[in-house]
Each structure stands twice: as structure tokens, then as C-alpha cells.
Design a binder for this molecule. Structure first.
Ligand code: PHE
Length: 459
């Protein structure tokens, strides 16, 4: 283990894995998914999926990683099932695809930090100008990818662990403050009602589909990010309690983000269905309303922290392909990091152009049977988040339950949790990974492929 490095402490691993989970998915994506999904009903379904379905997948990924101490591809070989290493390859590809567009949005967040420092609170109204300013978007994208690469090249305890331990608490405190402020605004009550009072008639199949996708993405599952992080964890670690903390932190921060956003959105009279622009359009005006000094301080701090939250996620996204290249192709870590980062950045260029700058990438693809074209960024997120992740997740749990075998998984979990055998948690996890998770996730994969790529709209 010494040669690969590892986490120095228990809290270090939990913090790092939680920081992988907490990112743009929670603060940028979750509120607009809730907004589009009809509000509180979405939140209820999301929570149910996070604990009932995603949690067992998380435990499985961490256990596979710790058992094998390998990257997601090597892990399958190490367990004696070389034929299943394609699952890891899928994960490496998913990581590369997700990072390519995630880095673009992370660059926007960082760009907003700079705008807030300049006191440019009007930027919210000019969001679409901002994202079509290719010099800015490209520049921030380079800065962001380089920062990610620098942390990853420093290795596990030096880079990832240190950064995570400081950033997470700061983010939580900052958000609590913003939640408190949002409650004082006019119409805050309406926002909270929208967010917290479920209208159960809104629970439809499409809402369930989106809620599960959101939970899965937000918890960084299905691509081996947690196999990779698990591979640096010591045998003394209790995987179950670690996974509980990681899930609680992730869900908790998404929940806080919603609690902050909806009063803001309703106080400004903006429709909650604003989509990916929601936080970028809504928040600057709110910060401006705090007055110029306070607005600059709070606004820039917020977007800086959002950038940091994104950074700890981009780090885990990059770590997956890098650990693969380092372990399997045996290239030096530093070289591997910059090589992969460069490649992913280039792959991200179409996503940068896809928000209005280039007509070709903005109206990139018309799915068979779809009414309208989809921009490249949405397209690649369909491929990665909605196709590769559920497929990867289904395969990982299927593999653990039937190929590697449940008993071996349970034995691995018992290390660090001696009383695990016979508990209700053990029985539930066995059930979830044998039936519930593979079935649901595989169905999601099929539905996506039919709907997105073949124009067969099941719902
Ligand atoms: N979970 C991260 C977020 O919510 C994104 C991510 C997905 C990171 C998959 C790693 C792997 O922002």
C-alpha cells in the first residue's frame, strides 16, 4: 500500500469521499432538478433512492476497492475475473466524459467568483452572454483543469485529503448562513412550501427516473470513483458507517442548497424551472441586494466555495482514469495526470461551444424521434450520466452479488465491522445488490437508450 499512498486517517477518507460526492451535483444540479421535477415530491423520491438503492451500491464499490487496492479496471482482475474488467473500462470512460463537461460548468462557477469580486451583480441577467464568451469560458476551463491536475498529481494524502478536510466544513457554515438569510426574504414561505410540501400526484415515472439519476450522480456512483477511493482505505475502516456519513453529507448539502435556493427563486419571482442557469441567474442579484460591500464578500465567498466543491469532485473524476493509467499502463503519476487532463480538456471544448457560441454544437443532435435538437453538453451528459452510470452501477452490484459472491463482499465489510454478520443491514444490502439495484438500474439504462437514442418514449 505504501507505494500507492493512502488516506492518513479515517476522517480523511470520509471527508475526501464526501467531497467527491458533494459538488456541482448538489448545489447547481439538485435545485434545478427539483424545480423541473415539481418540487417536494421530487425531494421525497430522491431521498428514498439515496438511502434504499444508492447506499448499498456505495458500500459495494468501497468494499471492492478496499479488498483489491486497485483502480476500477484492475480491481476486477485482482478478484480473479479478468473478463469483467470491461465494467472498469466503462467507468474510466464515464469519468472522462463527465469531467469533460463538468469542468466547463466548474469554470463558470469560478468565473462568477471573479465577477463577484468585481461587484458585477448584473451578471445574472447576462448569464447567456457570459457562457458564450468563449475566451472567458475557455480560460476558466483551463485554470480549473490545471488546478484539478495539480491536486491529483500530489497524490492522495498530500493533495486530496488535506484540501477536503478544510473545505467541507467551511462550505456547510457558509450555506447555513445563506439559508438563514433566504428565510428573511419576501415570498420565502412560498419557496419553502414548493420545496417541502409534497404533492404526491407529482410522483410520476419520469420524476422517479430523474430523481434516481440525480441521487446516483450526486453520490458519485456507477463509475468506480468509490472503488478508487476505497482502494486507499485501511482495513480498520468500518465501511458501513463511512458510507452512512458520506451519504448523509451529500444528501444534507443538497438539501441545504434547496433550502437556500427556493426562497431566493420565489423572492425574485423567477420560475423554478429555470434549468441549468438557475443558480447563475438567481444568485448574483441576491448578493447584490446585500449592498455592495457585503454583497462582494458573501457573493465571492459563495462562488469560491462552489468552485472548491466542484474541484474536489473533478479531482475524483480525474483520479479514476489516472489511477487506471498509473496502475495498468505503468506511466509515472505526474505524466499520466497531465496527459489525461489535457485529453479531457480537449474533449470538453465542444461542451464549451454548445451553449450558443457554435451553432453546430448548440443544435448538435436531433435524437431519432425527438422534437428538437440537443446541445452537445446535454448530449454528452446523457451518454455519461444517464447511460454509463446506471449501466456501470447495475454491473458492479450484479458482479458483486453473483460473480464475486455476496459472502466475499460480506467478509470484506466485516473487516472493520466485526458485528456485521447477521445484522439487518447485511440482509438488506444482500437483497438490494442481488435484486433491487440491478433490476432498477438496468431498467433505467434500457429506458435511457430507448428514449434518448432510439426515440422510443416509454413514458
Ligand atoms: N458527485 C459529484 C457531484 O455531485 C459528481 C461526480 C460524479 C463525481 C461521479 C465523481 C463521480 O458534483
Amino acid at each position: 500500500m505504501a507505494s500507492r499512498g493512502g488516506f492518513n486517517s479515517r476522517i480523511g477518507f470520509i471527508a475526501a469521499a464526501a467531497c467527491s460526492a458533494v459538488g456541482l451535483g448538489n448545489i447547481w444540479k439538485f435545485p434545478f432538478e427539483v424545480g423541473n421535477g415539481g418540487g417536494a415530491a421530487f425531494v421525497v423520491i430522491y431521498l428514498a433512492f439515496a438511502f434504499l438503492l444508492c447506499f448499498p451500491v456505495m458500500v459495494t464499490e468501497i468494499a471492492i476497492g478496499r479488498k483489491t487496492q486497485k483502480n476500477p479496471v484492475g480491481a476486477f482482475t485482482a478478484l480473479g475475473h479478468k473478463n469483467w474488467r470491461f465494467i472498469g473500462i466503462l467507468g474510466v470512460l464515464a469519468g472522462i466524459f463527465i469531467l469533460s463537461f463538468y469542468n466547463v460548468v466548474a469554470g463558470w462557477a469560478f468565473g462568477y467568483f471573479v465577477e463577484m469580486i468585481r461587484g458585477n451583480f448584473a451578471i445574472g441577467a447576462h448569464f447567456s452572454d457570459f457562457i458564450t464568451n468563449i475566451i472567458k469560458v475557455g480560460g476558466y476551463g483551463i485554470v480549473f483543469m490545471a488546478a484539478t491536475a495539480m491536486i491529483v498529481s500530489k497524490g492522495i494524502s498530500g493533495g486530496i485529503e488535506k484540501a477536503s478536510k478544510i473545505l467541507m466544513p467551511t462550505l456547510i457554515i457558509m450555506m447555513l448562513g445563506l439559508v438563514a438569510y433566504s428565510f428573511t426574504l419576501p415570498n420565502a414561505g412560498k419557496g419553502i412550501q414548493f420545496y417541502l410540501l409534497p404533492d404526491f400526484s407529482k410522483i410520476t415515472l419520469p420524476v422517479m427516473y430523474r430523481a434516481l439519476g440525480q441521487a446516483f450522480f450526486s453520490l458519485s456512483l456507477g463509475m468506480g470513483a468509490l472503488i478508487t477511493y476505497g482502494s486507499y482505505v485501511s482495513k480498520r475502516e468500518n465501511i458501513i458507517t463511512s458510507a452512512v456519513y458520506i451519504t448523509l453529507a451529500d444528501v444534507g448539502i443538497a438539501f441545504l442548497a434547496g433550502l437556500m435556493m427556493f426562497p431566493f427563486v420565489f423572492s425574485q419571482g423567477i420560475p423554478p424551472t429555470g434549468g441549468p442557469g438557475l443558480i447563475f441567474v438567481t444568485l448574483p442579484g441576491i448578493f447584490g441586494s446585500l449592498g455592495s460591500t457585503l454583497g462582494v464578500i458573501i457573493g465571492s465567498a459563495f462562488f469560491l466555495l462552489l468552485s472548491f466543491a466542484a474541484l474536489t469532485s473533478t479531482v475524483s473524476l480525474l483520479e479514476v482514469p489516472v489511477s487506471y493509467v498509473v496502475d495498468e499502463i505503468k506511466i509515472k503519476r505526474k505524466v499520466a495526470v497531465w496527459l489525461v487532463a489535457g485529453l479531457v480538456f480537449i474533449l470538453g471544448i465542444p461542451s464549451m461551444l454548445a451553449n450558443g457560441y457554435s451553432d453546430f454544437f448548440t443544435h448538435f443532435i436531433t435524437y431519432i424521434g425527438a422534437e428538437k435538437a440537443t446541445d452537445f453538453m446535454t448530449f454528452i451528459s446523457h451518454v455519461a450520466n444517464e447511460t454509463f452510470l446506471p449501466l456501470g452501477g447495475a454491473l458492479i452490484v450484479f458482479f458483486a452479488a453473483y460473480i464475486w459472491k455476496k459472502e466475499n463482499l460480506n467478509k470484506e465489510i466485516e473487516e472493520g465491522f466485526p458485528g456485521f454478520k447477521g445484522t439487518i443491514i447485511e440482509r438488506y444490502i444482500d437483497f438490494a445488490i442481488s435484486y433491487l439495484a440491478p433490476l432498477v438500474l438496468f431498467s433505467i439504462f434500457i429506458l435511457t437508450v430507448l428514449d434518448r437514442f432510439f426515440g422510443v418514449h416509454v413514458f
